[in-house]
Design a protein. Sequence first.
Length: 212
Amino acid sequence: MGYLESLMGEYEGIVFKTRRHWLAILSTILVNSLLSLLIIVGCVFLVGLVGPWALVALLLLAFPLGKFALDFLHWWNEQYVITNRRVVQVEGIINKHVIDSSLEKVNDVVLDQSLLGRFLDYGEVEILTASEIGVNRLERVAHPVRFKTEMLNQKEGVSRLESFRSQAERVKEAPPTQDIPGLIAELDELRKKGVITEEEFQREKGELLGKL
């Protein structure tokens, strides 16, 4: 089980996962590639990469290559995740920093995309919440339109799930059996949209069928 999966609660599932667009590390790719090339060319033309100078060249190459590897790992481990319960932002290679916002507290989502962003499929996403965070701004998010759409779909799903549970409680207390098939159909639709997991669907369905 990965670190991200370990953060999931009972009956919580990952719906969509993305990270910052590759443009976010383009500068480090170009700079460190250029430095590596200069070191190689310089050593070849100046000393021919013979004897102990070859070892010196390898040591010099370790700096740009190491910097690139570190920047890449930071980029790769920064993930933006939508589950059927919340929005999660995970950062860090070894020391992890996690920010999450319950979908119930998300008031609005603002998406900004430039012409280049639309062409390369990245953008800035602002999540406005009723929590202490207030505004969580995500920069250069890859696939931002889908990110926003999935977030709003899951938020709507959470509202529908709350409504379903309210109806289900009334049915369980004084069961009018004719309502149960309709509730099971609603529950199945929530499962198909990823709002609830298969396990949660089976549990809720079993409780409803037990009232027939």
